[in-house]
Design a protein around this ligand. Structure first.
Ligand code: FUL
Length: 445
């Protein structure tokens, strides 16, 4: 059901609250939680796929690998953290367990873990070193715990495996300090007994909420962050932070309209669930020697940045450590270049000291001097919800307002690129919104 009744016109929408006709019923709208707000403002997350596959040169292990194969001889999570920080990333998510079931921490619940590996004579704990290293660099750690487990015998025996999974989740949430995000992957294969595992998502969600109420849960069904619907790092346009959760009731749920829902969200959604766009810096998620020359170029990473962060989604860029336990020099160098490029592109904001006037349908900016502008960064104050559904950006040139870009949603951030125009007068015109918009700081570069 589309709730058209609360789509109000922009003119009324932009005035003070008192200008909204008293009879117009504006329903309760959605806003981010404190954790979601931090997360959306962070914009950039790094993903690190590391584990048994790193040593077997595979993407999906079958669970029959031996812990003796895991031995990262120069393991140094501080090197990952420094590279992430230089790249401008604010949080980092590690695969504590991938589909092969091998655990990077010495869990009590299986022998298939680092404790039976030669690494640090079985006394190592990748998760511990990871969280410590991230925090030491001011980054927030997150964890991926694959629900699909191709090693664990109880897998497919649903209640038993659910207990196993929740027990592992409990270890991770009680022994390693605050976890910013739990990444729940949707892959769900057959168990060794041929039975399909039915995950107890309500139990999983309750466990996380109880143990770490501020941790955000990611999956295609949220509940806090939604998958953007592809692994190419590209968000939809439009992209709403809100969805109607009933449409995708649990992770891995498949229906024809799911792709659209993930990509775009819903203007009239009843739950705040911003999108995260995951993608790898290389063809694979895990490190493979043969792909060392296939690390994405900085130009390509910038395109991904504009297609994700520039469309109101977070970018989760995967950088897989090598068998030595280090980011490969090519990846580390690329992260540094990417960070420098972003800082460079957004170094001088010509709107920073502009005189800003609220118009009845947007904002007008008078810059301190003429400037050649080719990028506009728009923001809504999402702590008050998301409202804009159509806008245009204009520059005053040769005696008239010239539209330079048009768009749909804005949300936390929308970045428009256009052929550079020189002007000292710029304006944002909100053509349509679903409720009263509150624009945030404008950037002109
Ligand atoms: C997928 C997994 O199957 C891949 O191995 C990877 O972890 C990716 C992020 O999610 O569904």
């Amino acid at each position: 059901m589309k709730r058209r009744d609360f789509f109000i016109s922009s003119a009324a929408a932009l005035g003070a609250a008192a200008c909204v006709p008293a009879t117009l019923a504006i329903p309760r709208f959605q806003v981010p939680s404190r954790s979601q707000l931090w997360w959306q403002r962070a914009e950039l997350g790094l993903f690190t796929h590391f584990g048994m596959n790193t040593f077997t040169d595979r993407e999906w292990g079958d669970g029959h690998e031996s812990p003796s194969q895991f031995n990262p001889t120069r393991f140094d999570a501080r090197q990952w953290a420094r590279a992430a920080k230089v790249g401008g990333f604010k949080y980092v998510i590690l695969t504590a367990k991938h589909h092969d079931g091998f655990c990077l921490w010495p869990t009590k619940y299986t022998e298939h873990s680092v404790k039976n590996s030669p690494w640090r004579d079985g006394h190592g704990d990748v998760v511990r070193e990871f969280v410590n290293a991230m925090r030491a660099e001011g980054l927030r750690p997150g964890l991926y715990l694959s629900p699909w487990d191709r090693h664990e015998h109880s897998y497919g025996d649903s209640p038993r495996y659910n207990q196993y999974y929740v027990a592992q989740l409990t270890e991770l949430l009680t022994q390693y300090g605050p976890i910013v995000e739990l990444f729940f992957d949707g892959a769900n294969g057959e168990g060794p007994n041929g039975k399909k595992q039915v995950y107890d998502w309500p139990l999983i969600h309750r466990t996380v909420r109880k143990l770490q109420p501020d941790a955000l849960m990611f999956s295609d069904a949220g509940p806090d962050i939604r998958w953007i619907g592809n692994e190419r790092g590209i968000a939809g346009d439009p992209n709403w932070c809100t969805v109607n959760p009933a449409l995708v009731p649990y992770a891995g749920f498949d229906a024809p309209q799911v792709g659209e829902w993930l990509q775009h969200g819903q203007a009239d959604g009843t739950t705040w669930r911003p999108g995260e766009a995951d993608v790898s810096i290389r063809p694979g998620w895990f490190h493979h020697e043969a792909e060392n020359a296939k690390v994405r170029s900085v130009e390509n990473l910038m395109e991904l940045y504009f297609a994700s962060v520039g469309r109101n989604a977070n970018l989760l860029l995967n950088v897989p450590p090598t068998r030595e336990g280090l980011f490969h020099e090519a990846d580390a160098a690329r992260l540094a270049e990417f960070g420098a490029r972003v800082r460079d592109v957004f170094a001088v904001n010509h709107a920073a000291r502009a005189r800003v006037t609220r118009t009845n349908d947007g904002l007008e900016l008078e810059l301190r001097a003429n400037a050649s502008i080719g990028i506009a960064v728009l923001r809504e104050q999402i702590e008050r919800g998301q409202a804009v559904s159509r806008y245009r950006v204009e520059a005053f040139a040769s005696g008239a307002w010239l539209p330079v870009s048009r768009g749909t949603t804005i949300g936390h951030k929308k970045i428009d690129r256009f052929s550079a125009v020189t002007s000292d007068r710029w304006r944002i015109v909100i053509e349509e919104s679903v409720r009263r918009p509150e624009l945030g700081e404008v950037g002109l570069y």
